[in-house]
Design a protein around this ligand. Structure first.
Ligand SMILES: [Zn+2]
Length: 408
């Protein structure tokens, strides 16, 4: 039989394919925790104060794992953190509790099912997960979950719709516009803060961080009168926040809109006017120029992901988000006419870091040039700030009115 070598090689290939598949399937099952051998081990759960006044829940482990969390307001406020089934190595007990600090009264941990384990934080007042970070060192890994105070509204927003449905923290999901009757969550970000003062004003008596906060508070007060809105502030006083944190706040509460307030600076003392920025397709020359002028802005980092699907989804949601952001930006421009001057290209696209939340339409609003005489006089005038922020509030309302009409 002349074809015998081909026959043998076909058999060998088949055996190879089958064994590779079996090996892969087994490895996959193990990695998913079905085999049980590769469950993450938790050696310690501990809570500490952070430098910025929040709390950090530190989970010492040997592997990365996905975290889902949600809040339960009744009968007492709790923050629930669901994790894949782990091996508890804390005193070798499968469940237990640890005393808390600050708003966290107590930390309880236990296995929830044969697939999941759970950590429950008993709270004295509403708190939320602000960010999560994994730190690797020679002793293993520490999953740091930052927890900060939140208001009742935001806390109630984060409850699961049905029991045991938790929100993924690690992977943002595509935009889901909320419909009439449901509250829209708006994040107002007062640019800069604390040791990052931003631009110094024309009269050298006021910093950008002060006018951004004053305007942010004015906008908050206007929006709070509308029952459709839940307003979340990235900062409400002179505190410092990392840029990443500002985005994470918007992403984690699944904000419907994000607005970052800034005041421009220019070498020319007669520079005048407001500008609204949205995210550009790619950080071009203009954003690079901006980067040089104000180190607060950063060109988006290149993200290389091995998961193509995630990448495609991210791209799609960003495209949708960009369109929505542009609509909102145009609203602001229209409503600002008659309130104060606008720069010649009043809607610009740039690679600002705070605009990078892939699921939340976002704009960065430069309210005017704090470094110029006329604009500074306007920006430090509470009456002007109120008028300007009323125009922004109107733009926000129009934005959601249109969204509701489209979804009807
Ligand atoms: Zn700024």
């Amino acid at each position: 039989m002349k074809n015998r070598p081909i026959f043998y090689s076909a058999i060998i290939s088949l055996i190879l394919v089958v064994s590779i598949s079996l090996f892969w399937a087994f490895g996959f099952a193990k990695a998913q925790g079905f085999g049980g051998q590769l469950r993450p081990k938790i050696y310690a759960v501990q809570i500490e104060n952070t430098a910025n006044g929040n709390l950090s829940l530190n989970i010492r482990t040997d592997r990365d794992f996905k975290v889902n969390y949600f809040s339960l307001p009744n009968p007492t406020p709790r923050l629930v953190i669901d994790i894949p089934k782990v091996d508890w190595k804390i005193n070798n007990n499968a469940s237990g509790q640890i005393n808390g600090i600050g708003v966290v009264k107590k930390i309880r941990y236990a296995d929830k099912s044969d697939k999941e384990s759970r950590i429950v934080l008993d709270l004295s007042s509403p708190a939320k997960v602000i960010s999560q970070n994994i730190i690797s060192n020679i002793n293993g890994k520490i999953l740091k979950i930052e927890i900060g105070a939140t208001n009742n509204d935001a806390f109630a927003q984060n409850t699961p719709k049905t029991n045991n449905v938790a929100r993924p923290l690690a992977f943002p999901s595509p935009i889901s516009p909320k419909y009439a009757g449901k509250k829209y969550v708006i994040v107002i970000d007062a640019g800069h803060g604390a040791n990052d003062p931003g631009a110094l004003g024309y009269t050298k008596g006021v910093y950008e961080k002060q006018v951004t906060l004053a305007s942010a508070l004015a906008l908050r007060d206007i929006l709070k009168r509308d029952p459709r809105f839940t307003v979340i502030m990235t900062r409400e006083n002179d505190t410092f926040l990392e840029l990443e944190k500002r985005i994470i706040i918007a992403r984690d509460i699944r904000a419907d809109l994000f607005i970052s307030l800034h005041a421009d600076s220019a070498p020319q003392a007669n520079a005048e006017g407001a500008t609204v920025y949205t995210l550009s397709e790619s950080g071009g020359d203009r954003s690079r120029k901006l980067l040089n002028r104000d180190n607060w802005t950063v060109v988006p980092p290149n993200r290389s992901r091995d998961n193509n699907v995630t990448e495609i989804l991210r791209d799609l949601t960003q495209r949708d988000t960009k369109n929505q952001s542009a609509i909102f930006a145009e609203n602001i421009i229209r409503n600002l006419r008659g309130i104060g001057p606008l720069t010649s290209s009043s809607h610009r696209r740039a690679g600002f870091f705070v605009l990078l939340s892939p699921t939340t339409p976002a704009v960065l609003f430069e309210m005017g040039f704090i470094t110029s005489q006329k604009d500074e006089a306007r920006l430090i005038n509470p009456a002007f700030r109120s008028r300007q922020m009323a125009a922004v509030a109107t733009s926000i309302k129009e934005y959601f009115d249109n969204l509701q009409m489209k979804n009807k």
